[in-house]
Design a protein around this ligand. Structure first.
Ligand code: ADP
Ligand code: MG
Length: 585
């Protein structure tokens, strides 16, 4: 047996036998660890992976708990099992609303907003008469399962941990999928994700709802385990603690949720038991010591405890990628004008970065956009890709104006780009980074991905990514973390990612920067072969030798203005261009 399977087998057996072998007190503790794990799993996704900090998850636990408590007591004819989907529906509506109004906020405003609505919901629970006010609701019935009343911790243990494992499975599936790659891009690479068609605003709300639903399920379980609810466990302090669990466990991995819930629950228990004995007097000392320990832990290990444990569990080898079936390709027209830029202007305050520039791009050509540093090339590039809005003028792609479209909508038209400063997800493999490029060619959403119904499309996406990686000559790095590659190679990964999108127009911002002579020649050969396939390429480049040998036409910019345009041979002899570049030599 391989070591990984052995570790999993031991853990699985321990999990299965725990309620039989352990004393009831421990089973209760394990039940709570399970309940907390479910909530912090949502935070691993929302905060750890997507970078959206929420202090308010406890309120969603409360929604799940109060919904079933109220319905069980007032409408006993409805089965508590039916209360779960009702709670889920209610939580979805509330989370959609809260997500819609808060997730557009950036920086510290978002966490503050989550605290604010966390507190509001907490006071709503405490102030509504029909929810029992601050005393809460008692006498909630136990769940029954095929006629067996689940009155003991042991019964509940199996239900809770089945749900924990199912949530782990679903969340892992989700992270390992089309929407999952996009979620991983939300933290730190948002601009890139949007350039490949990800509707980031919508995706943030979707995972916010996902995390809220996990919290709601935990609340539903809690209400029937405890059989009593009051507002305290759904308040802001518990909200902070859930976040602690995710961060301490390791917010980058689904297992971090379970590890964090375990560490914090056990630590609090131990401190509660031992501190009064050590100090010889009662008092809430555990809170103080707990706080100090948290600070020390976060100082020592910012990625949480899980990465340490993960080293002890042998990792699975990546599966080989079959290139048998790939995604369908779009048809490209092969003649005429593809893109028309007319009097495009971009001002940053008083600075005119692009000044009424007009040019055209023909299908199947490589157009070079050159000019000294600060000439406005990258700005022009960002105007085309929609990363920056035009101050005035128009840009039309295949006859359709791109002016009032978001970057992800422009990507949908068939325009893909690389970035002058590479924007990759460093911890993710080359394969996954490139597969993100094919985002628009797939359609699986969060639900399909979580339930693993997306495997056919996923296989085709990975095949497409692998083919593009092979094409750019990075086959040997397929499964390497992209951050471990040299900067030059990372630029090439960016090209593979853009190709995975199957664009009509490829925008390359200084792709040859940082490449060695031979690598540049390989890149030039690659771009030529793309042109032969009908791809149109706009190339911003510094290296004149590289540009002259490769491009069909050149547009020369200086101080935001068009200096000249024409064939490379003409431009090379143009005195105005020589003046700008070489200072009149
Ligand atoms: P290039 O790519 O040709 O080197 P850029 O397009 O990056 O030039 O920059 C053109 C000019 O616009 C520069 O003077 C630069 O400082 C300015 N600029 C670029 N982006 C911004 C921005 N976001 N805000 C303010 N000024 C900017
Ligand atoms: Mg630039």
């Amino acid at each position: 047996m391989n070591p990984r399977a052995a570790v999993l087998l031991v853990l699985g057996t321990a999990l299965l036998l725990a309620p039989v072998a352990a004393p009831p007190f421990w089973v209760t503790l394990l039940n709570y660890i399970g309940l907390y794990s479910i909530v912090s799993l949502g935070l691993v996704l929302l905060t750890g992976v997507a970078g959206q900090t929420s202090f308010g998850q406890a309120a969603f636990v409360g929604l799940g708990a109060y919904t079933t408590a109220y319905l069980s007591l007032n409408h006993p004819a409805i089965s508590p099992w039916v209360n779960l989907p009702i709670g889920v529906a209610l939580t979805s509506v509330v989370a959609l609303f809260l997500g819609f109004i808060t997730l557009r906020m950036k920086g510290h405003y978002l966490p503050l907003a989550t605290i604010a609505w966390g507190i509001s919901l907490y006071y709503i629970f405490g102030n509504l008469e029909f929810l029992g006010g601050h005393t809460g609701l008692a006498g909630i019935p136990a769940l029954s399962f095929f006629g067996i009343e689940m009155r003991s911790e042991r019964h509940f243990y199996y239900l809770i941990w089945t749900i924990v494992l199912a949530s782990l499975w679903a969340t892992r599936n989700l992270l390992d999928s089309r929407p999952g790659r996009a979620v991983r891009a939300l933290k730190g690479a948002l601009e890139m994700a949007e350039a490949f068609g990800v509707d980031a605003g919508r995706l943030k709300i979707v995972i916010f709802v996902y995390a809220a639903l996990l919290a709601c399920i935990s609340g539903w379980l809690y209400a029937h385990l405890q059989r009593f609810v009051n507002p305290t466990p759904f308040g802001p302090i518990q909200g902070i603690e859930y976040l602690f669990m995710a961060v301490v466990g390791g917010a980058g991995s689904v297992w971090g949720a379970v590890v964090g819930a375990t560490v914090i629950t056990l630590l609090k228990q131990v401190l509660q038991d031992w501190l009064p004995r050590l100090l010889g007097r009662d008092g809430n000392f555990e809170v103080v010591v707990f706080g100090i320990l948290m600070i020390l832990l976060l100082q020592r290990t910012r990625d949480g405890v899980w990465p340490w444990l993960a080293r002890a569990v042998p990792q699975r080898k990546p599966l080989p990628v079959s290139k048998a079936t790939t995604l369908p390709k779009r048809s490209r027209g092969n003649e005429g004008v593809l893109l028309v830029v007319e009097r495009a202007r971009k001002q940053f305050g008083g600075l005119v970065a692009v000044s009424d520039l007009s040019f055209e791009l023909y299908r199947g050509e490589i157009l070079g956009l050159i000019g000294p540093n600060g000439a406005g090339k990258s700005t022009m590039f960002n105007l085309i890709s929609g990363a920056l809005p035009l101050t005035s003028g128009t840009i039309a792609f295949e006859g359709r104006s791109t002016g009032n479209r978001q970057p992800f909508q422009i990507a949908r038209l068939g325009i893909c780009r690389t970035f002058q400063h590479v924007k990759l997800i460093p911890a993710m493999s080359v394969l996954d980074n490139v597969a993100l490029g094919a985002y628009l060619r797939g359609s699986s959403g969060v639900t399909r991905a979580a339930l693993r119904l997306d495997r056919r499309e996923e296989a085709m996406t990975l095949a497409e990514a692998a083919i593009q990686i092979e094409r750019v000559g990075l086959n040997e790095h397929l499964h390497a973390a992209v951050g471990s590659l040299s900067l030059g190679k990372q630029r090439i990964v960016e090209i593979a990612r853009a190709l995975a999108a199957d664009p009509c127009l490829l925008l390359l911002d200084e792709p040859a920067a940082g490449l060695r002579y031979l690598e540049k020649q390989e890149l030039a050969a690659l771009l030529r072969s793309l042109r032969e396939e009908g791809m149109t390429i706009l190339l911003v480049e510094h290296d004149m030798d590289f540009v002259m040998g490769l491009t069909d036409r050149l547009v020369v910019m200086d101080f935001g203005e068009m200096l000249a345009q024409g064939l490379p041979g003409e431009i090379q002899k143009n005195p105005v261009v020589l003046e700008a570049y070489l200072g009149g030599v």
